[in-house]
Design a protein. Sequence first.
Length: 117
Amino acid sequence: VQLQASGGGLVQAGGSLRVSCAASEPTFSTYDIGWFRQAPGKERESVARISRDGRSKWLSDSAKGRFTISRDNAKNTVTLQMNSLKPEDTAIYYCAAGRGSYRTQFWGQGTQVTVSS
């Protein structure tokens, strides 16, 4: 499945951004989707994950209380709503699709999120 991440941008601290992960293939709904981020000089880290049916969600400790993950399988889209953004949220955000224990079978190209202080 080919993933397309979009919606990044520049925002001031405390602001909000929404990033989306979309695919054209109908098999998108059969994959769990995860959001990851990588800041300059740091390792890629997992931020959020949602099951194929949208019933199971996971957020990293840094995302809890600020980020929300959701999906619309009719539109083949997973959205990460990010509120109360902090400068440390600055990173390239990637989405990945996987099944079972293989959570990163396919990667999107990434979208830049920059939070200014």
